[in-house]
Structures are given as C-alpha cells and as structure tokens.
Design a protein around this ligand. Sequence first.
Ligand code: SF4
Length: 251
Amino acid sequence: MTPDLPLETKVVRLRELLSCIERDFAPAAFANSFGAEDMVLTDLIARDFRGIQIFTLDTLRLPKETLALIDLARKKYGFRLATYTPIFEVADDFVKRNGLFSMYESVENRKSCCYIRKVEPLNRALVMKKGWLTGLRREQAPSRNDLGESEFDADHKRTKFNPLIDWTEDDVWAYIRANNVPYNALHDKGYPSLGCEPCTRAVKPGEDPRAGRWWWEQAGAGGQQECGLHVKAVDISKLRSGMKLKVGVSA
Ligand code: SF4
C-alpha cells in the first residue's frame, strides 16, 4: 500500500487487517498510548473488533490531558482497558537514588527510566499474546522508515502489526474529524507526539514532530528521540534493590 491512496481505501484495508488479526492472531493486544493515531485504532477496535484486547502503559508520569482522554474514551466506547504500571518498588527505588528528573542528566538515566516505566510493563502486557498492535506511522520519524505493516518482533518473539504504517498525518486527522473521535487536548496546543509529561513538549509549526520528545538529547549521541518501547532490554536486576515486588496491573 502507498501513502497516496484515498483514505476510504486505507480504512477498508485497515478493517480487513484488524479482522485478520482478530481471527488469526488471538489473543492479540493493542498497545494504546492515546495519541491521535491510537485513537483511530481505538475507535475501530472498540466498535467492531472487540476480540482484540486493548491495554495501556501508565508510566505514572502521564500528563493530566492524557489521563482525562483515557477516562473519556472508556466512557464513550465502554471497552475493557488493561492498565500496566511500573513495579512500584523498582520505580520508587530509582527515584530515591536518582531523583524525579534524572532523565535530563544522562541518556543512561533516561533509558533506565523508560525501561522501568515502559519496557518492563510492556513485556508483562505481552505475556501469552500471539500478536500486538501499535499506531506507528512511517512518516513520524526516520527510525520508522523500515517498519512494515507487519513484522516479526524478535525482542518479544511475536508478530507486531503497525496497521497505520502508510497513513499520513492528514489521514489520521481526517478520520478523527469524520468519525467524531475524541482526542488529546494537547494536540491543539502544539504537541504532535505525546508521552510522559517531563519528556514531551510542544513544537513550533513546521518543526519535526519528534522534536518534542527527549529534545535535550542529541540524536546520534546515544539519544534516539525514540520511544523507550523500542530500546533493547536492560537487566532489571541491576535497577532494583531486591525487595519483594508488587506488580501493578489493573483492568
Ligand atoms: S518518557 Fe521520560 S518519564 Fe517517561 S519513562 Fe521515559 S524517561 Fe521516564
């Protein structure tokens, strides 16, 4: 599929793909961060493809606008949302040793924080799943150029689907407006890409959409301006202090 196909054609293709995932890759789960792309998938999955589970990673550092949207989406669509939080003792220990804003001090700290708050909970969310879905789009970042609509995710050893990979930003917003899909209030304040509150900022018109993520890191100097969900695993035993762990999962 190419990015210049009409939106109607892309929606038909998207519905076919979601139907195939629901049928052939059960149990499959959609990793929902409640950005604009993820709201397109939320709208379709919650209305017509309920066999696909929906989960979110609550890093405990999300902006209040994202939390408000999660609440709104749950009420509008009535779906069951599995919420994965960091292991409290590990996150708490890391903050006690490094501070709440240590991500600004080094790439290593930032990656450790992302690992504790995103990657490890994602690993838990994907246990027993045959496939998982994301709202990634190719044009969002150079690091996403090589992504396909589906691929084998070697890190998690299961199939990963990126059903919106060829969608443009205009496609996403045309779908949202045509279908009255709720979206994050931060998008109207210049935030094209959403994440944790300390690590996300608005961008200027015409600026790279990813420039609002981890902006203090120099690309190529260890920083990737890429989500922690796509970094290689860190040995979590090096990050925690050996306490009895409580795992945060709610639905
Ligand atoms: S995006 Fe920032 S606050 Fe969120 S997990 Fe990564 S470093 Fe931590």
